[in-house]
Ligand binder design. Structure first.
Ligand SMILES: [Zn+2]
Length: 500
């Protein structure tokens, strides 16, 4: 994720104005039901004798209520029929294929709003209760540990306006005058489908979305089919790789599309809101080069496709939805391609760090944001050389030094301000300091080893430190303590940078 307030800040920094004001967030973004493809089967094993309720949280240190315990989801199928795009009134059937990790008398999903019509587990009607975001489902027969099960939830209504304690902006499914979009980090997914809403439980997705003409649908992964029903169209998207729930996106509007391919053959499809000026695509022209550059720097691109979607609405945010980053129009300036390319690079780098390697706990968010921010610096180095990177580091250091009181050290973000500038810029400085500490060759080996080891899964801060120590052969405990947890900004003596 990248926030517009940071664009403003860093531009100001780049202009070398000494008195930088940290702005408060100005972010106020504004039926054909197809039956599920997989036939539900009743588990052949006898019901367990001892079964307990699954936990209502997955154990996140910052957000204990997020996610749920007792099962592991493999696949979500979202069948959504949007009856009215202006209100996003929809009929939904979400089918979940999961495996129990303990004997379960009941289990929870995270789900906000909507009227639930029926819930069916393993083909049999289940009872359910709701308490805020927690949806507790009691199957007619308890679920046995290690056995697969399916859940089908039928619901109707419009997504509720939802904001997170982590960031004071509207998240989830958001309707606006030209359509709707989804940006969910960290906990907005439950705003449009019942879900085990935590990055620890990744799954693959099928999206089958029906919209009235002339609207179109864009979603993660590849468009496999579009069926014309006369007055409506059904779009079928599939993701190849497991995905964290907050990265699922369904965007509805009138789009111009653009396809291209990187020199190494990574396919790209971009969606631009049809009402945007024609030159909106200028900052995206080098995405192929970026994909290939990051592939050679971090490791092979993780997914089957990449692309950008630009909305014609001010959102104040861009988000690295898996295989398709989504940008508000206020994040893109076709007149300032160089500056905008940093945002494009940031979201793209998250495909490796954040999307493929996901956080194990939200307190590890610097593993996403500092890596994506440092990747902006890497793009500067790639295009303009090491001196330009050094200048950028000096500017970022000055910015962090001047605004330190308004940010947290990268390794300990507060629950109510997860996306503060510390997890972006302070942490990016720490990565550059690591590079200077171990040398270029070792530093990039660390990034590659870390990516290779955790691609498609989850990692925590201790995992990254362990990789860094193993690859470098150095004890880096004190180094990481000073860069991730100390309230004092550490010096970078090689560039003459220190706090006054
Ligand atoms: Zn980001």
């Amino acid at each position: 994720m990248r926030l517009r307030k940071f664009n403003v800040l860093i531009i100001v920094v780049l202009m070398m104005i000494s008195c930088v004001q940290v702005l408060p967030p100005t972010l106020t973004p504004t039926t054909t039901v197809v039956p599920p493809t997989k036939t539900a089967t009743v588990s052949p094993t006898p019901p367990p004798v001892e079964a307990d309720a699954g936990a209502a949280g997955i154990g996140d240190s910052l957000y204990p209520g997020l996610g749920n315990g007792g099962y592991d989801v493999q696949h979500y199928t979202l069948d959504l029929t949007v009856n009215d795009v202006s209100t996003s009134n929809l009929d939904g059937i979400t089918t979940i294929e999961a495996r129990a990790t303990e004997n379960l008398s009941s289990f929870n999903l995270d789900f906000i709003g909507f009227k639930i019509d029926t819930i069916v587990v393993n083909g049999e009607s289940a009872t359910f209760g709701r308490d805020g975001q927690e949806l507790t489902i009691t199957p007619s027969t308890p679920l046995a540990k290690n056995q697969p099960f399916t859940v089908e939830v039928k619901y109707q209504g419009s997504p509720e306006s939802t904001s997170s304690t982590a960031i004071p902006i509207q998240i989830g499914w958001i309707s606006f005058s030209q359509g709707s979009f989804v940006m969910s980090e960290p906990d907005g997914a439950a705003d449009f489908y019942p879900v085990n809403d935590h990055p620890l439980d990744k799954a693959t997705y099928t999206f089958r979305v029906t919209v009235p003409k002339p609207f179109e649908v864009a979603a993660n992964g590849l468009l496999k089919e579009s069926d014309d029903h006369g007055t409506t169209t059904t779009y079928l998207f599939e993701t190849r790789d497991p995905m964290a729930s907050y990265l699922a996106t369904i965007d509805i509007g009138d789009f111009n599309t653009e396809t291209m391919e990187s020199a190494r053959g990574i396919p790209i499809r971009n969606y631009y809101a049809a009402t945007l000026p024609k030159d909106v695509n200028k900052p995206f022209a080098r995405q192929g080069e970026m994909l290939d550059y990051f592939s050679s720097t971090f490791g092979p691109y993780p997914f089957e496709v990449y692309g950008a979607l630009v909305l014609n609405v001010q959102v104040g945010t861009a988000l690295e939805n898996q295989t398709m980053s989504v940008f508000g129009n206020d994040m893109i300036d076709p007149q300032n391609v160089k500056e905008t390319e940093l945002t494009v690079a940031h979201e793209m780098a998250h495909q490796w760090f954040g999307d493929s390697v996901s956080v194990a706990d939200w307190s590890d968010i610097w593993l996403n944001e500092s890596f994506a921010t440092y990747s902006e610096g890497l793009w500067i180095e790639h295009t303009d050389g090491r001196k330009a990177l050094d200048e950028w580091i000096k500017n970022v250091y000055g910015f962090v030094r001047e605004n330190q009181g308004r940010m947290s050290p990268p390794g300990k973000p507060p629950a109510d301000d997860l996306f503060n500038a510390g997890v972006y810029y302070w942490g990016a400085l720490g990565l550059h300091a690591l590079r200077l500490e171990v040398g270029d060759e070792t530093f990039f080996k660390i990034l590659q080893s870390y990516y290779k080891q955790y691609a498609g899964g989850n990692a925590g801060t201790a995992d990254f430190i362990a990789v860094a120590e193993k690859v470098s052969g150095k004890d880096l405990g004190a180094f990481f303590d000073s860069w991730l947890y100390s309230d004092t900004l550490a010096p970078i003596p090689e560039l003459g940078l220190r706090t006054k």
